[in-house]
Write a protein that binds this ligand. Structure first.
Ligand code: PEP
Ligand code: CO
Length: 477
């Protein structure tokens, strides 16, 4: 769809936060379609541009998945984190699958996010802002545009919102209808998430119930049980003092925000809406959108698109990022220096933060930005094991997090969050872990990811306790 077509669409939501696709551009030369004059890296070669245009027009008339008031709620929470008064947990699948968008699948992801969040809150005493890689994390950047098997070359799998993973020409053909299915699955997932988080499942009094049997057998699971015991005791204490925890909505329900990589500008543009009240454009496909390490060119299409939106914007910061490059990105995305507007997610790899991180922190700080600094200890630590599986060692993941905390302590900046690929299921995708350590020969037992290896529920808890300890020591100085 052209920018003109978007501007003539009139999808409107009534109510206090009315949004519409029909409004003027918010700033200078930016418009929801201005990214089209830039180069967009990592795009599928859509075989039928007319089908794509039809889908974009259809999406432009759909209701927003999230509303500006919620997005601004997250902006406020992240401003608090940037100021050192909170911690961001961003976590979920590497690549969500349409087929896993079931009540069970969503409940299982929510459960492990809740467990990790409780451990972090309990360990640090800080409010934890919870953002899922969920309800829209369907598109994947890839290292090569094609894949060759047995002499046959086909387009690479780019996530369920583009094509299917099976190695056939039919499955790998990018299909614009999948953008619509992506919207529909996001909507269905959000619906269940809202019901679960508001309807009692996230009640702190349920903390024991989130611990699954296979987790309870592990050392981390046992430590979780004892934390949950402490929480139950605290709740009973409150009751005894005459405060009814069931009357406190903050203990009964949580706010889980959604996020995904804004990989496909046509999809994001079609879901961009104008908030009349704030005179601001918002991406309404998720509360937070991020730009991947492969698409963060300051002059590229992805940065252009997100630069005009009011959402919090994440940027993955890989080892190839220079201090000057990062400053240029911050200038493009946060020209007004708004605390918490940016979440800079460093993913440098274990052993590299001591050298690479300080110049980046200084460059951003001296330019006057106050981002949330988060650590993604996953994407710099991926390798192919002897048995041929793409994997990560929990020890590398833990090491990168510890290094992240150490550098921030040294530099006097706030280690504001972690960004994890995890699942509540008992998968065998990452190596290591307490008691039930996963070895290379066991990776094939339950290797289920559609893209990168995820921490299973036990490994996630083990890491959460480690991060909780680090946070506690950081704040006790
Ligand atoms: C991801 O988060 O799944 C990802 C691809 O990360 P990065 O852009 O940091 O490589
Ligand atoms: Co990944």
């Amino acid at each position: 769809m052209t920018a003109t077509a978007t501007a003539t669409a009139t999808a409107t939501v009534s109510g206090p936060s009315a949004v519409s696709a029909d409004a003027p551009a918010a700033t200078g030369s930016w418009s929801p379609g201005s990214w089209r004059t830039r180069t967009a890296a990592q795009q599928p070669d859509w075989p039928d541009p007319e089908a794509l245009a039809r889908v974009e027009s259809t999406l432009a008339f759909q209701p927003p998945l999230v509303l500006p008031d919620e997005i601004m709620g997250l902006r406020g929470a992240l401003a608090g984190v940037a100021a050192g008064e909170g911690f961001l947990l961003q976590a979920g699948d590497c690549a969500e699958r349409f087929a896993s968008c079931t009540e069970d699948g969503i409940r299982s992801k929510l459960r492990v996010i809740l467990q990790v969040a409780v451990v972090l809150t309990y360990g640090s005493g800080l409010p934890v802002v919870k953002v899922g890689r969920i309800a829209g994390q369907f598109g994947k950047p890839r290292s090569r545009p094609t894949e060759t098997v047995g002499g046959e070359e086909l387009p690479v799998y780019r996530g369920d919102i583009v094509n299917a993973p099976e190695f056939t020409a039919e499955a790998r053909r990018p299909d614009a209808d999948r953008l619509l299915r992506g919207y529909q699955h996001s909507s269905a997932a959000l619906n269940v998430l809202r019901a679960l988080t508001l309807g009692g499942y996230a009640d702190l009094g349920q903390a024991h119930a989130w611990n699954q049997e296979f987790v309870r057998r592990s050392a981390a699971g046992q430590r979780y049980e004892s934390a949950a015991d402490d929480i139950s005791r605290a709740l009973r204490f409150m009751t005894a003092c005459g405060v009814d925890p069931r009357a406190l909505s903050a203990l009964q329900r949580i706010q889980l925000y959604t996020s995904h990589e804004a990989l496909l500008p046509p999809y994001e543009e079609a879901l961009t809406r104008y908030d009349e009240r704030r005179r601001t454009w918002f991406g309404t496909s998720a509360h937070m959108l991020w730009i991947g390490d492969r698409t963060r060119d300051p002059d590229g299409a992805h940065v252009e698109l997100l630069s005009g939106l009011g959402n919090p914007v994440g940027v993955k910061v890989g080892p190839g990022t220079t201090p000057q490059g990062l400053r240029a990105l911050c200038e493009r995305l946060d020209p007004d220096r708004e605390p918490g507007r940016l979440v800079l997610i460093t993913r440098l790899g274990a052993g590299r933060s001591a050298d690479l991180l300080p110049p980046l922190l200084r460059a951003v700080r001296s330019a006057g930005h106050l981002p949330v600094w988060a650590c993604d200890p996953m994407h710099g630590n991926t390798f192919v094991s002897d048995s041929g599986y793409k994997t990560r060692r929990l020890s590398d993941v833990t090491a990168e997090v510890a290094e992240f905390f150490a550098v921030h302590r040294e530099e006097g900046t706030h280690p504001g969050g972690i960004h994890l690929e995890l699942t509540g299921d008992d998968v065998t995708e990452c190596l290591g872990g307490d008691l039930e350590e996963i070895l290379d020969g066991q990776l094939g037992t339950r290797y289920e990811t559609a893209c990168d290896p995820r921490l299973n529920a036990v490994q996630s808890l083990e890491l959460a306790f480690r991060v909780g300890d680090l946070l506690r020591s950081q704040h006790s100085v």
